[in-house]
Write a protein that binds this ligand. Structure first.
Ligand code: NAD
Ligand code: UDP
Length: 349
């Protein structure tokens, strides 16, 4: 039997590289397209080293129609996992056109080339940022959408486009309909247990865990805890942190679901990928200190604009329909973050 080949866009990035690793280990053939806007080929080298299996890498932009055309003609791609995109909320407020062009237009080009090549299975990296404000803090997939920044809106627009694409199949009686899974990530952290691949942010990290890890290793002097007066158990913000390896295993489950009986009629479905458990900023700092034995120097700072007090996933739909649940706990996340950071103090550089 032919191997199932997966095109991984953004496969050199943090989550994409972990996805390549799990796909190769699970016996899939992997082709990567990445323009290296926020990554290095070293991640791809290490994925091949860890798995002992080769993958095919194209350094190109997903907005480059000709390259996509040539990839689809040279490889018999069955499914696309679409991670490529820009992801910094603050930067998206400064450079909205770049975000819409890269994320939204990039997905339009990709989807059009997929359709031309007859490839209609897609797993898309969406985000919990697509959700609107809610009085409930545990988010379910049916909650109203209402992103509050250009990054989140770019994800929400892509979700709309992909839902429309699947809906059109019903009107057109398409015999080979689109099968699309939108995965709404909560807060991915951690790294592969080898410590060889992980998150390698450019410059000063925006996200909590990479920041804490860089304070622990002495690259940054002090963590600012953004607000201690939220209506949460200790006043600091609560989020649903999920181990990146659990997250990418959710993608493999989504891929299996796309090819299964439940998706025979096609469609576009959204699933939360989170643990269902929230931790506060101070709980994360405590866990990091306890597990690593390092002292994290921190101060309480004003709230960060746009932050919610509390947000975590209802992960039941993914459990029921994708047969997926996060398995790793907070200590695993911290241990693996620290292994990656301490073994690679300067990331892939
Ligand atoms: P990342 O920046 O490490 O990876 C994205 C990769 O896409 C990078 O390697 C980058 O070079 C590549 N890329 C960007 N634009 C491209 C283009 N036009 N053509 C080709 N390659 C391009 O980010 P990540 O954390 O691995 O995130 C992967 C996906 O998951 C993104 O779509 C992101 O929005 C989404 N997501 C991430 C998080 C998170 O906290 N990390 C949370 C929710 C959703
Ligand atoms: N946070 C913080 N200091 C930092 C970075 C983040 O206190 O330097 C807090 C932030 O206010 C939020 C939580 O940590 O409550 C997670 O923030 P992150 O940026 O990692 O994720 P997101 O805001 O996207 O959920």
């Amino acid at each position: 039997m032919d191997k199932h080949t997966v095109l991984v866009t953004g496969g050199a990035g943090y989550i994409g590289s972990h996805a390549c690793l799990e796909l190769l280990n699970a016996g899939y053939e992997v082709v990567v397209i990445d323009n290296l806007a926020n990554s290095k080929t070293e991640s791809i080298q290490r994925v091949q080293q860890i798995t002992g299996k080769p993958l095919t890498f194209y350094q190109a932009d997903i907005r480059d129609q000709q390259t996509l055309q040539s990839i689809f003609s040279q490889h018999s791609i069955a499914t696309v996992m679409h991670f490529a995109g820009l992801k910094a909320v603050g930067e998206s407020c400064q450079l909205p056109l770049d975000y819409y062009h890269n994320n939204v237009y990039g997905t339009l080009v990709l989807a059009a080339e997929m359709a031309k090549a007859g490839v209609r299975q897609l797993v898309f990296s969406s985000s919990a940022t697509v959700y609107g404000e809610s009085s409930e803090v545990q988010y379910s997939e049916h909650f109203p959408l209402g992103a509050i920044n250009p990054y989140g809106r770019s994800k929400a627009m892509i979700e709309d486009i992909l839902r429309d694409l699947a809906a059109a199949d019903k009107i057109n009686n398409n015999p080979a309909p689109w099968k699309i899974v939108l995965l709404r990530y909560f807060n991915p952290i951690g790294a592969h247990e080898s410590g060889m691949i992980g998150e390698d942010p450019n410059g000063i990290p925006n996200n909590l865990m990479p920041y804490v890890a860089q304070v622990a290793i002495g690259k940054l002097p002090q963590l600012s805890v953004f607000g201690d007066d939220y209506p949460t158990r200790d006043g600091t913000g609560v989020r649903d942190y999920i181990h990146v390896v659990d997250l990418v295993k959710g993608h493999i489950k989504a891929l299996q679901a796309l090819t299964g009986a439940g998706f025979q009629q096609g469609g576009c479905r959204a699933y939360n990928l989170g643990t269902g458990q929230g931790y506060s900023v101070l709980e994360m700092v405590d866990a990091f200190q306890r597990v690593t034995g390092k002292t994290i120097n921190y101060k309480i700072a004003p709230r960060r604009a746009g932050d919610l007090a509390e947000c975590f996933a209802n992960p039941e739909l993914a459990a029921k329909e994708l047969d997926w649940r996060a398995e790793k706990n907070l200590d695993d996340m911290v241990t693996d973050t620290w292994r990656w950071q301490s073994q690679n103090p300067n990331g892939y550089a």
